[in-house]
Design a protein around this ligand. Sequence first.
Ligand code: PXP
Length: 239
Amino acid sequence: MRLYVNIDHVATLREARQTDEPDPVRAADAAERAGADGITVHLREDRRHIQDADVRALKSSVRGVLNLELGAHDEIVRIACRLKPFQATLVPERRQEITTEGGLALRGPSRKVAAAARRLTDAGIRVSLFIDPDRATIDRAAQLGVPAIELHTGRYARTWKRSDAALRALARVAAHARSRGLAVHAGHGLTYENVQPVARIPEIEELNIGHSIVSNAVFWGMEEAVRRMRQLVDEARRL
Ligand code: PXP
């Protein structure tokens, strides 16, 4: 299973003082040394954390995969097409939100998402759509012809302590997505405590984890924080 580490909040800390530390490139290097298969960053329209220069620097420094999250906004899609990360994950984006709140709805014609996915694909970028875990949305994603989806694990992260309903739903829709030929990724709200049941779902091949790793890096250092998550994921996969 691939583990991609989202380092947005390294940039959040830097932007809190608008200075030059901590450096996301250094964080990415530490994460990769500790076993991350890839680095994920979200270039938001409001540039609240990751900046254009960060994405450019990461494009040349990351040794594994660079996964760029982006909303279907013209300007950001243009930047992505120019920079050509290996993978682009389209996410919904609202200016006032604290973090990406739900998955892409893909209701109706979802023309903006379809057009963005096409432009990114034409630029040679592997496209993934961040969606809520329900069958109808997966079917719409499959119709758009993208190779991959990322299942939003937010509901699971909020409810796993009291119910296994969200986990069962993730397992069901992951199998459905696979049967429609989609590669299945997952992420949002995953922590050292709750990651293993998700990592055990066989159809899920990639996890994107940010906040919990960066939070614990404050205490353990980035390498140790990634190493511990890597161990949990690998252990869950072996069981
Ligand atoms: N996947 C996507 C598409 C996201 O937008 C985010 C949050 O930036 C994550 C994964 C990682 O979520 P978290 O920071 O809660 O681990």
